[in-house]
Design a binder for this molecule. Sequence first.
Ligand SMILES: *Cc1c(COP(=O)(O)O)cnc(C)c1O
Length: 369
Amino acid sequence: MSVPFFTGVREYIRNKDLFNRAIETVLLRGDYILGEEVDAFEKEAASYLGTSHAVGLASGSDALLLALHALGIGPGDEVITSPFTFFASVSAITRLGATPVFVDIDPETFNMNPSLVEEKITKKTKALLPIHLFTQTADMQPLLTLAENHGLSLLEDAAEAFGMEYQGQKAGTLGDIGIFSFYPTKTLGAYGDAGLAVTKNENLAERLRILRRHGETSRYHHKEIGYNSRLDTLQAAILRLKLQSLEQDIEKREHWAQKYNNAFAALENVRLPVIKQQCKPVYYVYSLITPYRDELKAFLDKNDIGNAIYYPLPLHLQECFQFLGYFPGDYSVAEEAARSILALPLFPDLTEEESDNVIDTVHRFFKGL
Ligand SMILES: *Cc1c(COP(=O)(O)O)cnc(C)c1O
């Protein structure tokens, strides 16, 4: 039996009438850009997250770009971030003419190692950009303290982190701005591209709202050069529905993660996800660490078990970032993670039979070593 790494189709089929009705309502209302659904989703998302302002944007990648822009990041500025993340966290920095400055990651959580940040702060440093990867937030307290002491902005890339908590606060609400992606595979996933930026600062929220409609302050009057980056109205209608079942979805993710944890606890040559005490996890991605990663991947592929490598090549080694002047070995913890990490199928609508099959296949691989 093959097991998909991810599918959104089962959820759609389960709630087909609800989704179809929500889409039809938007189409019959004839209000296709922003409008009621986007307003309502922004309010509901802000309330769920416990923050004041939420601004719907076209994608998580755009949310990073607009958030950095709103924070005033531009040519000559430096932004301290991690090389072990999705491409967009760093391309947003370079797009604005600023320079990403990397620090290596914590080998257990794969998040930015806060103890390496201070030595990278220079006169040009304007912001910290931690990313909350896979299951839990970065260690935010030391980063918040550094930002405060050095007068830096703090932007959270919470693209993967909807619903995660740090010391009782929702991911994305601790820094100046937090951004989310609703890419279909994400914990809260749309049926297309969608994103969000949240902030407690009214001025930043207003700036983001202006930037998402071409910098327009009144119709055809542009205060600055903005973007076309609005959350799509149909996606907002879908996200409102999915937000209602989010807590159940998070519980289902937790169930599959614990099942994997129990099944793999006794395996040698495998390290399971490590959750830090101050973090309440959401299992967006369930990754194993093993020195036999490539062999395990080939075995899963041969047995039709979905799997994925997040991320195979750290960003300091990407061809397009060669101009930054980094070399292999510069961020050895990130490079080692890229060589040894593998994600298994985990989404709410996985079945017991499918997860049994994943577990059995992983066990067969390690027995055969
Ligand atoms: C998914 C993701 C993004 C980008 O989101 P899109 O909505 O696909 O543009 C940015 N950062 C991280 C860490 C992500 O996982």
